[in-house]
Design a binder for this molecule. Structure first.
Ligand SMILES: NC(=O)C1=CN([C@@H]2O[C@H](COP(=O)(O)OP(=O)(O)OC[C@H]3O[C@@H](n4cnc5c(N)ncnc54)[C@H](OP(=O)(O)O)[C@@H]3O)[C@@H](O)[C@H]2O)C=CC1
Ligand SMILES: CC(=O)[C@](C)(O)C(=O)O
Ligand SMILES: [Mg+2]
Ligand SMILES: [Mg+2]
Length: 334
């Protein structure tokens, strides 16, 4: 049975009198920094000059270069993109890390695949929210939390878990539950989830459903509503009540079709592909390819990103979403 921590298991006390440097102010950075501040934790932001720097200042934070932020911090949370962390760590974090400080991550990639090898005299802890940064902020403001995983890789002070739990409390995660794990388990399951199901699997399902309908001559607007927009409404039901909760709300016609056709679309071939994807995550093939892709200037990543931006589901979606007033105030990428 998984060990899950809630509010009664955590205390912000462990962060009292300490300074947390949040390095990076993107999706997770802005959310975690603002939640911590609202929870009464002293936060400084570490960045390079640019868009995020200006945004963090506008949001009222003290912003420093990464090295200056690290110098004054007791806890350093690295929230830059995974692929830049190792270089910035090497040049601007490692030389200034105080013994006994806490180096934190929200994803295990760089520790698990040994791109970052911290000294023995610091704690190495992960608090990984299981949700996109903008929701980590939005859900906190609503008085709730996004669940998270916690892992301790190195405990030099004997207080690593306590500090990690205090951090999880500060970002609101203990309201939803914080599951104990290892860097290995978080890294492999997170990569698998985003590739096979949450991002990769769902995007392809949406595109192929949309293409099937439009190629058969149906209107793209209808295909968009059917295969993309309504997905959220259906997934909200799953989120609240699992598969049965969703099936309680849909018609029996839909439920019958769900049982007989779902397995034909996502069947044994997909299960085999999922196993292959998982194996390549576990044996490091995926990590190696992603690191190489970045070293080469991201030729494939950029090509695939451009191609998908031009997909007709995106063209028709952009037009339709303009009419949805409630969407226009929610930031998608900060
Ligand atoms: N996105 C998510 O919701 C989730 C992310 N995670 C993990 O959280 C971590 C952060 O990811 P995410 O929030 O998506 O990252 P983003 O891409 O949103 O954040 C990028 C931030 O890092 C800054 N940055 C980039 N390069 C540098 C640099 N060389 N020096 C200083 N700052 C730099 C950017 O500043 P600038 O404007 O100057 O470029 C920006 O503020 C990753 O480990 C990720 O796996 C975990 C769970 C979910
Ligand atoms: C949002 C999240 O949890 C992901 C999909 O794992 C990520 O952005 O890396
Ligand atoms: Mg994730
Ligand atoms: Mg991820």
């Amino acid at each position: 049975m998984a060990k899950v921590y809630y509010q009664e298991d955590a205390s912000l006390q462990a962060l009292q009198g300490k300074t947390v440097a949040v390095v990076g102010y993107g999706s997770q950075g802005h959310a975690q920094a603002q939640n911590l501040r609202d929870s009464g934790v002293r936060v400084v932001i570490g960045l390079r000059r640019g868009r995020s720097w200006e945004q963090a200042e506008r949001d009222g934070f003290e912003v420093n270069t990464v090295d200056e932020a690290v110098k004054q911090a007791d806890v350093i949370q690295l929230l830059m993109p995974d692929e830049v962390q190792a270089r910035v760590y090497q040049d601007q974090v490692a030389p200034y890390l105080k013994p006994g400080s806490t180096l934190m991550f929200s994803h295990g990639f760089n520790i698990h695949f040994q791109q970052i090898q911290p000294p023995k005299d610091v704690d190495v802890v992960m608090v990984a929210p299981k949700g996109p940064g903008h929701l980590v902020r939005r859900v906190y403001e609503e008085g709730f939390g996004v669940p998270a995983l916690i892992a301790v890789e190195q405990d030099s002070t004997g207080k690593a878990k306590e500090i990690g739990l205090a951090y999880a409390e500060g970002i609101g995660a203990t309201k939803a539950g914080v599951i104990e794990t290892t860097f290995k388990e978080e890294t492999e399951t997170d990569l698998f989830g985003e590739q096979a199901v949450l991002c990769g699997g769902v995007s392809e399902l949406v595109k192929k459903g949309f293409e099937t309908l439009t190629e058969a001559g149906y209107q793209p607007e209808i295909a968009y509503f059917e295969c993309l927009h309504e997905l959220k409404l259906i997934v909200d039901l799953m989120y609240e009540g699992g598969l049965s909760g969703m099936r309680y709300s849909i018609s029996d016609t839909a439920e019958y079709g769900d049982y007989v056709s779902g397995k034909r679309v996502v069947g044994d071939a997909s299960r085999e592909a999922m196993k292959e994807v998982l194996k390549e995550i576990q044996d490091g093939t995926f990590a190696k390819a992603w690191i190489r892709e970045n070293e080469e200037g991201r030729p494939q990543f950029n090509r695939m990103r451009d191609a998908d931006k031009k997909h007709s589901v995106e063209q028709v979606g952009e037009k339709l979403r303009k009419t949805m007033a409630w969407l226009n105030k929610a930031p998608v990428k900060g």
